[in-house]
Design a protein around this ligand. Structure first.
Ligand code: NAD
Ligand code: UDP
Length: 338
């Protein structure tokens, strides 16, 4: 079975490409490398001894997509390609809507023209906005995202819902990720953000490795146990496995299906920081700063729907996540560049 993985050189896409190859799938990656490098795919090959076919190009390029579908008999598409920096999306909304929304529409048009109707889409817990209660279930109403990135995910979910209503041949999985962190346990694949990281784990690990001075803890006055924000962190390898299960689950099952991919456990910023210090064996300097605008106090998943319907459950705990992140970061202090 041959899978097209858009954004397959990126953080989650490369770990999922590895999982697909290990499971015996053939993989074609389409990535314009705007936020990644093909070194991630070389690492995949080094780990599993198999390689994906890498095509460098843009998911908005319809002619290229048509050629890919003509030249390869693609059975299904995992669609990771997109821009993901919340702050940047506020400054560059058109780029975000073009890549994330137009790119998804162009992909679906090319898929339909080629008769490929099986799609797994990378959505996000951000579509829930600020829910009134925890844990978050898939049937909770979606919120009003506070930034173009979140809007783009919600828009694509709605487009895909309309598409599946209009054309019953589509089989679509919307996977709402909570907070992916961690790295492959080989220490040779991991998250490699360009510039100064926005997310907690890459920031902590760059402080630990000495590239950044101290972590800013955004707020310690939230209504949580220790006052810092609580999130559901999920190991990227568990997340990758979730994609394989979703791919199998929608085989022969039409319509649109939504699954949370999280662990069901919430950890505060301070709990994550302390766990990381244990993994790296040294203190990580931090300073409490005001809350970051747009952040919510807490967010964690009810992950039982995925367990029941996909037979999938995250197996790696917080200590595994921070240990694997540290192994990657200390082996590769400059990411894939070295
Ligand atoms: P990433 O930036 O590492 O990977 C995205 C990949 O898409 C990159 O390799 C990038 O080069 C590629 N890409 C971007 N624009 C493209 C285009 N126009 N054409 C072709 N390729 C393009 O990000 P990630 O963390 O691996 O995220 C993957 C997907 O999951 C994204 O859609 C993201 O929005 C979504 N997501 C991520 C998180 C997270 O915290 N990492 C959470 C929820 C959802
Ligand atoms: N956070 C922090 N300092 C940072 C980055 C993040 O204190 O440098 C906090 C943030 O306020 C939130 C949690 O860490 O409570 C996770 O943030 P991240 O940006 O990783 O993911 P989000 O849940 O915002 O998508």
């Amino acid at each position: 079975m041959k899978i097209l993985v858009t954004g397959g050189a990126g953080y989650i896409g490369s770990h999922t490409t590895l999982a697909l190859l290990e499971a015996g799938y053939e993989v074609v990656v389409l990535d314009n490398l705007c936020n990644s490098s093909d070194a991630a795919l070389h690492a995949v090959e080094g780990i599993c001894g198999k390689s994906a076919l890498m095509i460098r190009g843009d998911v908005c390029d319809r002619a290229l997509l048509d050629r890919i579908f003509q030249q390869h008999s693609i059975d299904a598409v995992l669609h990771f390609a997109g821009l993901k920096a919340v702050g940047e999306s506020v400054r560059k909304p058109l780029e975000y809507y073009e890549t994330n929304v137009s790119g998804s529409i162009t992909l679906c048009q090319a898929m339909a023209a080629a008769g490929v109707f099986r799609l797994v889409f990378s959505s996000s817990a951000t579509v829930y906005g600020e829910p009134e209660q925890m844990p978050i279930r898939e049937d909770f109403p979606t919120g009003i995202p506070t930034n173009p990135y979140g809007q783009s995910k919600l828009i694509v979910e709605n487009v895909l819902r309309d598409l599946s209503q209009a054309e019953p041949r589509w089989s679509i999985a919307l996977l709402r990720y909570f907070n992916p962190i961690g790295a492959h346990d080989s220490g040779h694949m991991g998250e490699d953000p360009s510039g100064i990281p926005n997310n907690l784990l890459p920031y902590i690990s760059q402080v630990a490795v000495g590239s950044l001075q101290e972590l800013s803890v955004f707020g310690d006055d939230y209504p949580t146990a220790d006052g810092t924000g609580v999130r559901d962190y999920i190991h990227v390898v568990d997340l990758a496995d979730g994609h394989l299960k979703a791919l199998q689950a929608i085989d022969g099952r039409t319509g649109i299906h939504t699954w949370n991919l999280g662990t069901g456990d919430g950890y505060s910023v301070m709990q994550v920081l302390r766990a990381f210090e244990q993994a790296c064996g040294k203190p990580v300097p931090f300073r409490v700063m005001p809350r970051r605008s747009g952040d919510i106090a807490e967010s964690w998943a009810d992950a039982s729907k995925a367990e029941k319907e996909l037979g999938w459950k995250a197996t790696r705990n917080l200590q595994d996540m921070v240990t694997d992140t540290w192994r990657w970061q200390s082996n590769h202090p400059n990411g894939y560049l070295e």
